[in-house]
Design a protein around this ligand. Structure first.
Ligand code: CMP
Length: 386
């Protein structure tokens, strides 16, 4: 039983890329697509009239599948803890109240309530669209959106507060300006609030229109302010996205840097310093990375793949963990050899300025790199660069 539970846990909870977990992800995506599609079509009278039973069958099957998934996830929840200091039921409860657990429950609850006739049909269809949230677990783009909202929540709330304040003030002023001329349309401040929201949101349904000259002038100002105000949350989200993607790129670079033998003895903070300087690059097979005689701008570390250095008497291959392009930087000369990718390579490049900065900060790295450069191409006294 324990073995089965572990297996089920791996398939359900670990996005490991293994066949079982890929199948679970694909099946979930398919059920979500079919289920939400059927729920939407079921609200279209012409389609519901002819294919209503089929659509009901599809949504019920999807709901059944999600119910089974929810029960399985509750069953395997104890596998989430490495050392089971907490009891099984406590871990199940923790899953049930987690955002993922609540989304899974919300996928099942409306259909269960409908089975007992406790929910209206229209609401059932609307709530079945919550199934789309189940994709969050497998779609990193969706989790990115939620992470950005969480990271930027303070700025977003501040922007929202300013917006609400402006809307209330605009509604108050417009009420005072238009109430006399249109007592039924601009009957109260709450009623005028609808005008403020629609105008500041730059939608303008046209159901509430000022008629006094002052009212019109004021409305024009509110529209312009509305455009500016709505741009603020968009800007916050855009900056948040850029920052989050940079952070994620940094983590990837950090992991790549940690794999380079030259940096392996360093602690996490120093690796992080270096990761800030290195840029990951992928080059295709046969790509000439550096060319003999050309000026040098960077040196490279090989994370994956092999390169060929055309030196006499025969070409030399360098692979994972090795570096090249250091000689020209150390000796302030042009490239001493041509280096070509023998296969697709993942590299980390270090710009000349950062190279100098890094070697000044870490004399031990300078020593190792200089030692390797010396072995590759001993300096002949007074010899000009090749
Ligand atoms: P650089 O001269 O900047 O550009 C070409 C690079 O090829 C050089 O730095 C070294 O990193 C590398 N290289 C040159 N000679 C050898 C060698 N004999 N063995 C391995 N790599 C070399």
């Amino acid at each position: 039983m324990q073995r089965w539970r572990t297996r089920a846990f791996r398939a359900l909870e670990r996005d490991s890329g293994a066949r079982a977990s890929r199948a679970v992800a694909a099946l979930t995506a398919l059920a979500v697509a079919l289920g939400t599609g059927a729920a939407m079509l079921a609200t279209e009278p012409r389609i519901a009239g002819t294919h209503g039973r089929l659509l009901d069958l599809v949504t019920s099957l999807c709901a059944g599948l999600f119910a089974l998934e929810y029960l399985l996830r509750l069953w395997v929840a104890p596998e989430r803890a490495l050392a089971s200091a907490t009891g099984d039921w406590a871990l199940r409860y923790r899953y049930a109240v987690s955002p993922e657990g609540l989304v899974d429950l919300a996928a099942v609850l409306p259909t269960a309530l409908a089975a007992f006739g406790r929910i209206e049909d229209d609401w059932l269809r609307a709530l079945q669209l919550l199934w789309l949230l189940k994709l969050m677990r497998h779609a990193s783009a969706l989790t990115l959106v939620f992470t950005v909202i969480r990271n930027e929540s303070r700025s977003l709330v501040a922007a929202l507060l300013v917006m609400i304040t402006l809307m209330a003030l605009a509604a108050g002023a417009m009420f005072a300006l238009e109430h006399e001329a249109q007592p039924t349309i601009f009957g109260s401040v709450p009623q005028t609030l609808w005008w403020a929201i629609v105008t500041m949101g730059t939608v303008g349904y046209g159901d509430m229109v000022p008629v006094t000259p002052l009212g019109k002038l004021f409305a024009s100002a509110v529209m312009v302010i509305g455009i500016a105000m709505f741009a603020v949350p968009a800007g916050i989200m855009a900056t948040g996205f850029a920052a989050e993607i940079r952070k994620r790129d940094f983590v990837v670079t950090w992991q790549l840097v940690a794999k380079v033998p030259l940096f392996q003895g360093l602690d996490a903070a120093r690796i992080a310093d270096i990761a800030r300087l290195l840029k990951p690059e992928v080059v295709p097979e046969n790509f000439v990375i550096v060319r003999r005689g050309e000026p040098a701008e960077a040196m490279f570390f090989i994370v994956q793949g092999q390169v060929e250095v055309d030196v006499t008497p025969g070409p030399v291959r360098l692979g994972r963990g090795q570096f090249f392009g250091e000689i020209a930087l150390l000796r302030d000369t042009v490239r001493t050899a041509t280096v070509t990718a023998a296969e697709e390579c993942q590299l980390l490049s270090l710009d000349i300025g950062d190279f100098r900065h890094l070697l000044d900060l870490h004399p031990d790295l300078r020593e190792t790199i200089e030692h390797v450069a010396q072995e590759r191409r001993p300096v002949e006294a007074g010899a000009p660069p090749p």
